[in-house]
Each structure stands twice: as C-alpha cells, then as structure tokens.
Write a protein that binds this ligand. Sequence first.
Ligand SMILES: NC(=O)c1ccc[n+]([C@@H]2O[C@H](COP(=O)([O-])OP(=O)(O)OC[C@H]3O[C@@H](n4cnc5c(N)ncnc54)[C@H](O)[C@@H]3O)[C@@H](O)[C@H]2O)c1
Length: 540
Amino acid sequence: MEVVLVGLPGSGKSALGKRLAERHGVPFVDLDAAIEAAAARPIGDIFAQEGEAAFRAREAGAIVDLGPADRSPGIQRVVASGGGAIVEPRNRWRLFRDRRVIWLDAPAERLAQRVRHGPVRPLLCGRDPVDALEALRERRARFYAAGTRLVADGSRTTGLEAIEQLLAEDQEAGTRLLRAQTPIGCWELGAGHAASASRQQIRALGSPRVAVVSEPVAWRLHGERLARSLGEAGCDVEHVLVRRGERAKTLRGLEMVVRALAERRFERRDAVLALGGGAVGDVAGFGAAVYLRGVPLIHVPTTLAAQLDSSIGGKTAIDLPEGKNLVGAFHQPRAIVTDLELLASLPARERRAALGEAVKMAALGDEQLFGLLEREGAAIAEGGPDAFESGAVAELVERCAWAKIEIVLADEREDDRRMALNLGHSIGHAIEAAAGYRGILHGEAVAYGLRGALAVGQSVGVTPRDRAERIESLLASLDLGREPLTLAAAGVRHHLAADKKHRDGRLQWVLATGDGITVSDRVADSAVEAGIAAALAGAR
Ligand SMILES: NC(=O)c1ccc[n+]([C@@H]2O[C@H](COP(=O)([O-])OP(=O)(O)OC[C@H]3O[C@@H](n4cnc5c(N)ncnc54)[C@H](O)[C@@H]3O)[C@@H](O)[C@H]2O)c1
C-alpha cells in the first residue's frame, strides 16, 4: 500500500508524511521538494520566474515520475502532495489510483499559524492568510474529500497516531477521484467504488431499505453484483427491472416502478437507487419524485451519456405518445455515484454518441474540455484501454459533469443559464422525433443539431465562421453527425414547432458565439431552414 497525504498549506503533509515514512522505514516523496530539487530553486522562485502554469507542468511531471502504486501489503511508500496538485483531474487519476488517500484538515486559523513560519507560499502572498486559506478550501474541498478526512489540528504525535489508526482500518474498494457535496446532491466520481460509495450513501441517508431500479442489461452486467454487495453489507435490498432504453420511459414503466415500491411497502425514508443509463435514471427518478410525494434517490449511472450528463441536474421524465419527456419532475438525487469502471461494457456506439453532449459542453465555452476532446476525443470514442488508463475518460466525465453542476447550481429550474445546455438540442430533438426515436441515438442527434445550430448562428450573424469550423471539425474527428440524414426537412420543421423551449410562442434558440453561447428568439425562418438543411446534410 502507498499513502498519499493531501491538504491545504500548513496541514502537515510534509512533516507528518516524513515521520510516517521514517517510522515504517519506507521511502517518502514530498512532491514540492522533488520539484524544487529538480529545478534547483524554491517554489516561490519558480512561480515568480516561470509563472503558475509552468509550475503546474512541473508538478504534473513529478506525479508521472511516481509511476504506478506498489499494492503490496503494509506501507510501501508515503507521498505528500502539493496543495494544489490535486486540482487537475489527470494528477488525481495518477496519484489517487490504488493508493490510500488521507486529507489532513484543520481550521484555517490553525493552518495560518503554521504557514506563518514556513517557506513562501505563492498563493497566500499579499493576502490575509485566513481568508486565503478559507477560499482555497472552498475551491479544493471536493478534491481533498476524495480521501478520508482527518482533522489534524493537534500535535504532530497525535496526528501521526490518528493516521496510523486510519490506515489500520480496512480500505474501501476502488478509487475515489472527487467527492463534491452540493445542494443538488453529493457527487462521487471514481473507479471501482460503486458498491462502497453506494453503501456509504445509503448509510448516510439512514434508509432502512433500498430499491435498485434497473433494466435487464445493466442489471446483468453490474446490478446483480452491486445488489449482492449491498446485501452482504447489511442493506435490505429489493430490485425492480424496467424495460431497456426509451421503452422504460412510459406511463407503464412509471407504474411498474411505483407499484413495485408500493407492493413492497416502501416508506418515506427508503431509497431508490437508479442503476442504468439516462432512460433508467429518468423513469426511476420520476418514480422516486412521485412515490409518497418523494423518496430519496441515488443515481449510479452506467452509460457515458448518463455519467457526463443525465444523472446530473435533477430532471426526471417519461414520454407520452404526444412527445418525449412531456411528464416529469425536478427531483434532485441525494447522491450520484459515478463509477468509470462501469463503462467498460458499454457498446462502442453508445460511447461515441455520448461525445455529442461532450462537444456541446465544450462549445459552451470550456476551453480545457475543447482541448481534451481535440487531443483525445477520438481515442475515447474508440474505447481502447489507453483512453481509460491514461485518465482521459475520467477527465472527460469530470469536466462535463462539473460544468453541468455549476450551471444547474446557478439556475436549477432552467429560467436562465441552464438554457445553455440546450445548444444543439432544438434541431437535435426535432431530428430524433422526426425519426420516431428509432435508428438514431440522442447524442448522435445532438451532433446533427449542433451542426444545424452553427448554421443558424452564422445566418443570423452571431457565430463566427472560425468558431463554427472548429466545432464542426471536432465533430468530424469524432465521426459524429457526418453521414447525411434521409429525413424530410418538413418533418423536422414540424417537430421544431413543438419544442419545449418556446416562450410567448417564440422558440428560444441557443446559438454559439466566438467563445460561448447566446440565446435569441429573433431567428428568421430562412435561418431556421438553413439550419435544418445543414443538420440533415451532415459534414459538408
Ligand atoms: N434527465 C436528464 O437530464 C437527461 C439528459 C439527457 C438525456 N436524458 C435521457 O437519457 C436517455 C438516454 O440515456 P442513455 O444514452 O444513457 O441511454 P439508455 O439509458 O437508453 O441506455 C443505452 C443502452 O445502453 C445499455 N447499457 C446501459 N449501461 C450499460 C453498460 N454499462 N454496459 C453495456 N450496456 C449498457 C442499455 O441497456 C441501453 O440499451 C434518453 O431517454 C434521454 O431523454 C435525460
């Protein structure tokens, strides 16, 4: 086992890490010290002379140099991470996987006292240290919280003993990469942690019973094992299977869920755990929203689309013959347990299609996500083991899901900012509807819809040509929205008229700008026609 200590400046990572390693006679790596040694300068000088970006690059390099963790029993090595190294998804992927992570925490006043006497801390320079540390904690807590939190505000000796005690406890299975406690649920991202994290969440809810709602494929591949593991840990688990895919999202599907809960006499505190893709999440989530006027919900998304998008944000719905998602509710999950290992069994087409939503998130103005997709999107779409092992999939899911969380936190009910998430969805949804929801996956339709929205945006003069070209070439590199569609433009136009994003009878178009989006309800019919034609034409 290897131990990683994370925490704010002054939390004692270096001092405690060194003593822990000495006590066990194993190597100690202080990442900041390793960077200073390699650069032959203190960190303050590296910051001053090269800037923060260059320091972060050195930091990432030092983490790569650690290599894979030694998983032999007993402590084999202790690593003290730099305070900010864990902000980068890739650093956490490399540092936290297969290692035991401990978050050393202490009140900001205590941390400030300690850093007063230490070396220069560039991020605290010139600021009130307590305020600066509080602000850093707020920004980084979700990353530190991937580890087990230990409040280390006493002496070094008591800190060391507390660490030893933690290490003596059994390690939970899997890796946690992030744990964000937000008003729209606790989001836990990791790999191989679905069972342990679900168990902890159920325990935290105090739910005596849990109903795993799933569909036959996700249940067979992942659900049975998860339910068994929850049962072995003492949870009282039932399961309910709905139909696969969109066929689950019907009044009949909803009835199956809520009647199964009623037959089993589920009560208010009992929880629903939705295990599956977006379809399961939608119908199980709606069931949880309306059964007994609302019971706690945990999402365990098993498709890429659900991990990076649909499990976040609290929208639940079923379809009617008159249209998709017409009946639903906002019902925020208490927790979202996103286990990247569940994606290993996902069909290639499902994985690729989900990238349509990822491109949309990038097009909203996320330059880091854009870069990631341009560099590694094709490898992620191919689904080879490298994309997983390199941490590209983890970074993709984290960036997309966190961006969505931030948007939803700002506008839960889609009165304003959340509208942005509809980029590409007006024509995309109309294409899905015109195709009768057959033969085209949601993410694939979004890719065509994005092409359409780019054409509309150019027609009305808000989308610069170079921006449109960049998004289009990204879609092409991911092999999305390329082949022309044989749908009739009139059919797509007809379904656009039924779009939910109408306000006062006018469709609210989300259109790309040079670096983000704008919303407009002043789009001429000729621009709409151009958009539909461009979408149906695919890659030109
Ligand atoms: N609530 C929201 O905010 C929101 C957002 C976007 C989309 N959605 C909804 O999500 C649905 C689409 O979700 P989806 O793309 O996840 O599709 P899905 O739920 O239909 O699942 C796609 C397929 O993948 C299979 N599958 C699931 N997990 C698997 C795994 N780990 N390995 C192998 N196969 C697996 C399923 O059996 C299914 O056949 C749509 O109904 C859409 O309306 C909801």
